[in-house]
Design a protein around this ligand. Structure first.
Ligand code: AMP
Length: 241
């Protein structure tokens, strides 16, 4: 209603871990369109990585990211350090006790969603946005953040943005940088098979047959979720069924 009357919302916030791509840009553009002020954070949150190797391998393209944010006319780019985000170490953590955080990525990456929820709450407290923009590509994360906002009465609206894909169907992800051209093409098989009418079990077999390591393929509520590994690169996706 607000937007129909031409009134803009106050501050929009897009939290990221950098290595920005057109998926991030889609969130940023929506915030720039709807809000008077747009804040983008880049922080590779160590607490959400359950493996030091995965953290060390996480891509970083900070110079390019800043150029992109400047070109988009983002108002504020927030680049906190680990020390400033965790001034007391890690004495307090946000955890979801009995829900979706114990499935899928929560099973494969113990402590991951606790790290995500904790850093999102900290960032929201620092940035104080009216609107938070997040991608449905990370559907499980999105659902957990929504639950945290409702459960803790956080004063922010969460807006969900559609997954941006390559023409092959592969969901854009910072982790794609680490795939060879050939693997990048092969990786589109995740989206293609998740979108097929085959059963979860058949999709898993098909992906394994094609040489991927499959972490999970499972339909939950109205979505099919999948995670595969190509070498040491882990890719996730989900589609509405
Ligand atoms: P990340 O930097 O990977 O933590 O992602 C930051 C935000 O961008 C999260 O809300 C993601 O869900 C969102 N995002 C990542 N990839 C995509 C994509 N391909 N399409 C739309 N949103 C995305």
């Amino acid at each position: 209603e607000f937007l129909k009357s031409g009134t803009k919302l106050s501050r929009g916030f897009v939290p990221t871990m950098g290595a920005l791509h057109q998926g991030h840009v889609s969130l940023i553009k929506r915030s720039l369109r709807d809000c008077l002020e747009t804040v983008v954070s880049i922080f590779v949150n160590p607490k959400q990585f359950n493996s030091a190797e995965d953290l060390n391998n996480y891509p970083s393209t900070i110079e390019k990211d800043l150029e992109l944010l400047e070109k988009q006319n983002v108002d504020v780019c927030f680049l906190p350090t680990k020390e400033s985000m965790y001034p007391l170490g890690d004495n307090i953590e946000v955890a979801e006790l009995n829900g979706v955080s114990k499935k899928f990525c929560g099973l494969d990456r113990p402590g991951h969603f606790e790290g995500v929820l904790t850093v999102v709450l900290k960032l929201l407290n620092l940035v104080q946005p009216q609107v938070l923009y997040m991608g449905e590509k990370d559907q499980q994360q999105l659902q957990l953040v929504r639950t945290m906002i409702e459960s803790l009465f956080l004063d922010v609206d969460l807006v969900e943005i559609d997954t941006v894909r390559e023409s092959s169907g592969l969901a854009l992800s910072s982790r794609n940088i680490r795939l060879s051209d050939e693997d990048r093409l092969r990786a589109s098989e995740l989206f293609i098979s998740l979108s097929s009418t085959a059963s979860d079990e058949e999709v898993r077999e098909n992906l394994e047959h094609k040489g991927f390591v499959v972490d999970y393929i499972e339909t939950y509520n109205d979505r099919r979720f999948g995670a595969i590994r190509i070498g040491d690169v882990r890719l996730i996706d989900n589609v509405k069924v």
